[in-house]
Design a protein around this ligand. Sequence first.
Ligand code: SF4
Ligand code: SF4
Length: 138
Amino acid sequence: MNDRPFSAATPTPTATPSPSPFRVYCDFCPGYCCYRLPGSTLFVTATDINRLARHFAIADGEVRRRYLEGRNTFKVKEDGSCIFLADGRLNRRCFIHEARPDQCRAFPYDRQCPYLIRADLLEQISPKVEKSLGLTAL
Ligand code: SF4
Ligand code: SF4
């Protein structure tokens, strides 16, 4: 998840922010942060919905109808994974990478990813990820 924002103007060399040293791990990660856990729900804004509407060439209301649960988050699959997370792939699993919400772009907020350093989170999420990758039976 290390691309510049979808709708941002092309930055000048001096305006280009230094890439977070922590984002490099995202290219080699099966997307632990794309699963809903208690207390960690993706927040989708009106701007995110409009970006997605333009991505799919549909109306904002249609995005809400098809993909949102309530007003501000995406639906999830039975295993708690985001509806846009592809199964059976080890990395680059987001179907809407170019149009993903701001929160997905910003996470883990220039800090070490909590999913990579917290055993309690990995313990909860790893079985779901392995199941979605076809590595184990849940
Ligand atoms: S879990 Fe962490 S390392 Fe993996 S994609 Fe999400 S932010 Fe990146
Ligand atoms: S939109 Fe993409 S990056 Fe964001 S939670 Fe869903 S699958 Fe993950």
